[in-house]
Design a binder for this molecule. Sequence first.
Ligand code: GDP
Length: 194
Amino acid sequence: MMIKSVELVVTAFDKEQYPSDNLLQIAVVGRSNVGKSSFINAILNRRNYARVSSKPGKTRGINFYKINNMFYLVDLPGYGYAAVSKEMKKQWGLNIETYFKISDKLKYVLMLVDIRHLPTEDDIIMVNYLKNMEIPFTIIATKSDKLSKTAVQKSIREIAMEFKISPDIIVPFSSSKKQGVDEVLKIIKKNIKN
Ligand code: GDP
């Protein structure tokens, strides 16, 4: 799939602001600092579209990117940033949950984890939620350039065990090396067909 146009239609802080058209949606989710902005820039082939943050945990709204006037890539706020208050964490959780609950145009989720670490408790809650809601997803294991090839395979097996999923639905990804971009675009293409 060629990315011909990208338009940030809205950063929504409230469900009233979600786009109301009928385009299908693919959501991107993961804990803060996992490499989500870099991932989005890499797959959209834009240098600085999603803001790569030096200060993690800053973006809290939901970004709706309209791609090729064909579908939305939905950038959900990164969860689990340690240095925010309990109240803020709760609000984050609620924002994400509201989105999942009311978005009937959501087709697929790309869920990001750092390939160097085992999933956090929040990650496991997220994946269990997707399983329970029967929302199809792929796990993107980011920053794969930081590990050797053998270590990548080992990590994927371990992450799969922790999530209790098949390693086949985990894609190693590197934004800096552009590894995994084609595979992710293929997954998106397959899932935006009605
Ligand atoms: P976000 O908070 O999830 O949006 O994460 P960012 O995209 O802002 O990235 C967080 C940090 O990880 C930044 O310092 C990035 O440079 C770094 N990073 C992101 N993706 C990669 C990657 O593929 N490889 C490496 N080596 N570093 C990455």
